[in-house]
Design a protein around this ligand. Structure first.
Ligand code: HPA
Length: 248
């Protein structure tokens, strides 16, 4: 049984070097997860993989059943999650292809199932979210990226926007003024839900494009897809180092 899960985002609907052993459908009180949980071996280690947008990449960011995904992973005994997410780079050094292990979040999303504590079952709970990511998982990811010789930034603030459209240039200026370094659409409520269920959760962001108004001209899907191919190859290298060293 594995206690580490990888949640794959845009560009990572499967892990090439994962030897799949079985697929598990899990029903949850919150509905269906994005797909079956894929159990497998990576570099001799058990892992569980889940494609956040579905295996055919059909579920848009605002429609992902984040609660079902996190609940399903918890229910099978997962304790640690590394979530992979595509982002637009706002900070100057966050250029396409770069990896970032964020350390802060600003949440601009709305109308997503964003808590497990809303059913009136017992007293209201408020999680501490001062540091939204699990520091030990963050460090493992940073160390693995460095050991693999990858270009990684060790921190930054992730702005979670609603999507599915990309931002306007003015919105990115506002995000920057708020202190955001990168922008993506799926980091929340995923991170908060993992904290509510006491899972150790960190994110590996892959810069797919310069955020709106920060690069030359319009952002094209072709550009995003092209950058994510090489970005995800780096994520696979990171995982190949992380799994044998993490002893979790
Ligand atoms: N904005 C929001 N989400 C994204 C972007 C972006 O520019 N690029 C990849 N995911």
């Amino acid at each position: 049984m594995s206690n580490i899960a990888i949640i794959g985002g845009t560009g990572l609907t499967s892990i090439k070097s994962l030897e799949i052993t079985r697929r598990e459908m899990v029903s949850t009180p919150y509905g269906e997860p994005s797909g079956p949980l894929t159990h497998g071996m990576l570099c001799g280690h058990n892992v569980v993989f889940l494609a956040r947008h579905g295996y055919g990449h059909t579920i848009p960011p605002h429609d992902v059943n984040y609660r079902a995904n996190i609940w399903a992973l918890k229910s099978i005994g997962v304790e640690n999650i590394l979530a992979v997410a595509a982002v637009g780079g706002i900070r100057e050094d966050l250029v396409p292809g770069k990896l970032v292990i964020p350390d802060q979040i600003i949440d601009y999303t709305w109308s997503r199932g964003n808590t497990f504590f809303d059913r009136g079952e017992g007293p209201v709970k408020h999680i501490d979210f001062t540091w939204p990511y699990c520091e030990s998982m963050r460090q493992l990811a940073i160390d693995a990226a460095k050991q693999a010789g990858l270009d990684v930034s060790e921190g930054g603030t992730y702005a979670a926007t609603q999507g599915p459209r990309l931002e306007t240039a003015a919105e990115v200026t506002r995000l920057e003024k708020d202190g955001a370094d990168m922008v993506g659409m799926t980091g929340m409520p995923e991170a908060a839900l993992a904290r509510e269920l006491e899972l150790c959760y960190a994110s590996c962001a892959v810069v797919a494009n310069r955020a709106a108004g920060r690069g030359d001209g319009e952002i094209t899907i072709a550009e995003i897809e092209e950058n994510l191919v090489s970005g995800m190859q780096q994520v696979e290298k990171l995982l190949e180092v992380l799994l044998p060293t993490c002893r979790i």
